[in-house]
Design a binder for this molecule. Structure first.
Ligand code: 6PG
Length: 471
């Protein structure tokens, strides 16, 4: 009999998604550019399952029930366009292609329009959770037409991670909205990773703590409502792991250069384009950029001298490193707040009609940024779907008001010790700016008017004003 759905691209994500679907009662046919890979999979993990292989695309489409549902798990970029071109001649009206990779949302926007105009369906679907998530239940963010979504709804609802209020998948919106939401998810992911790296750096260099001691603190944090999350959980594991060669902390053997594949950059670029303020996320991206300049940093360390490391109060492990925890909690909250605000602004600008409580809901399980905090985020946006910024929701505002002194103390101490804390300090500036009703940009306006007659508004009367400043 014909298979329920097809997969193109037998990378680890593709393989695991097929196995996940099969476990949930959906048979499949798989196709890979090199058939050897397909054979290997069918003899190995894919054996004795309702999974068949296809040698070529004709064979592939012939083995699929109609309308065909074809998931592409291949590298984002031109490879997607190439596969669309190769398979299009074999498709029939109503057949549906799904891109489950990390594609740039504008590419998806274009592909949806192109394919829909040919009476095919096209879904751009963010899939989060890594290899394990793909197998056990990821969080999925599908965008495209509602009709196309309905064709995959039963499949993705079964495959997704399940949380107390349903599966971690929902119809996101039209066009490239699914990939946009996944991009912002990744921006938040970059933020939280850098925040935890900054906490580690301070515990190590100021607190003189060992990997095991730091891991114990992470374990304590993971037991709190504010920080319980997947990334805190794996950070504990990373800090606890020893190098089998000599039993020392493995993390110290890892080169301090962070890679990136694009989504963090796209989040920041989109935010800049849309006038959304995402400094914590930007700081994390720049942290990676700076980290990759390893040779320059080695040279500069010999030339530029900061203050010597001075100890300051990070708290004790008995109290969960209270000020440091304040810094981590507020910075994570700021990452989510900035991501959600970017989604709200993009939604209005691109007519995505995003439902922010549902996005928080589908991030509660399966994905890399899953955390207990997302329940609070969901509640906040349910209480006010147009909430301008998460941090002014009463529950979050109380957290900010209570933890801001701790964050300030950590940033001040790090500044005096000459240790970079880009996410912590950006978060502090972000919150301090946001809670300041009158900022000094009146002076910027004066300068703009002075040299360029750009005019200004006044606080005491209506109208547009210009002054001959230099007369
Ligand atoms: C996920 C992840 C994953 C992503 C990398 C990207 O949600 O499962 O976001 O989809 O490919 O984590 O991150 P880098 O740019 O850091 O490689």
């Amino acid at each position: 009999s014909k298979a329920h759905f097809g997969l193109i691209g037998l990378g680890v994500m593709g393989e695991n998604l097929v196995l996940n679907a099969e476990r949930n009662g959906f048979s499949s046919v798989v196709y890979n550019r090199t058939y050897a890979k397909t054979e290997e999979f069918l003899k190995g993990l894919g054996s004795d399952k309702a999974i068949q292989g296809a040698k070529d695309l004709q064979d592939f489409v012939d083995k699929l029930e109609r309308p065909r549902r074809i998931l592409m798990m291949i590298k984002a970029g031109s490879a997607i366009d190439a596969v669309i071109e190769q398979i299009s001649p074999y498709l029939q009206e109503g057949d549906l292609l799904i891109d489950g990779g990390n594609s740039e949302f504008r590419d998806t926007e274009r592909r949806v329009a192109e394919l829909e105009s040919k009476s095919f369906g096209y879904i751009g679907m963010g899939v989060s959770g890594g290899a394990k998530g793909a197998l056990e239940g990821p969080s999925m963010m599908p965008g495209g037409t509602k009709t196309s979504y309905e064709a995959i709804e039963s499949l993705v609802c079964k495959m997704a991670a399940q949380v107390e209020d349903g599966p971690c998948v929902t119809y996101i919106g039209p066009g490239g909205s699914g990939h946009f939401v996944k991009t912002v998810h990744n921006g938040i992911e970059y933020g939280i990773e850098q925040i935890l790296a900054e906490a580690y750096d301070l515990m190590k260099r100021v607190g003189g703590m060992t990997g095991t001691q730091m891991a114990d603190v992470l374990a304590q944090w993971n037991a709190t409502e504010e920080l319980s999350s997947y990334l805190v959980e794996i950070t504990e594991v990373c800090l606890r792991t020893k190098d089998p060669d000599d039993g020392s902390d493995l993390v110290e053997k890892i080169m301090d250069q962070a890679g990136q594949k694009g989504t963090g950059l796209w989040t920041v670029v989109s935010a800049l384009e849309l006038g959304a303020s995402v400094p914590t996320i930007y700081a994390s991206l720049n942290g990676r950029v700076m980290s990759s300049m390893k040779p320059q940093r080695i040279t500069a360390e010999q030339i530029l001298h900061g203050s010597a490391i001075k100890p300051f109060d990070l708290g004790s492990s008995a109290d969960g490193m209270a000020p440091l925890m304040d810094a981590v909690v507020l910075s994570c909250m700021a990452s989510y707040a900035q991501g959600m605000e970017l989604l709200r602004i993009a939604s209005a600008e691109y007519n995505y009609n995003l439902h922010l409580p549902s996005i928080a809901q589908i991030w509660k399980g399966g994905c890399i940024i899953r955390s207990r905090l997302l329940k609070r985020i969901q509640d906040a946006f349910n209480a006010d779907p147009q909430l301008s910024n998460l941090l002014i929701d009463p529950w979050f505002a109380e957290q900010v008001n209570r933890r801001l002194p701790g964050l300030a103390k950590v940033v001040a101490g790090a500044a005096e010790a000459g240790i970079p804390v880009p996410c912590f300090s950006s978060t502090l500036d972000y919150i301090n700016s946001y809670r300041t009703a009158r900022l000094p940009q009146n002076l910027v306006q004066a300068m703009r008017d002075c040299f360029g007659s750009h005019t200004y508004q006044r606080v005491d009367k209506e109208g547009t004003f210009h002054t001959e400043w230099l007369d």
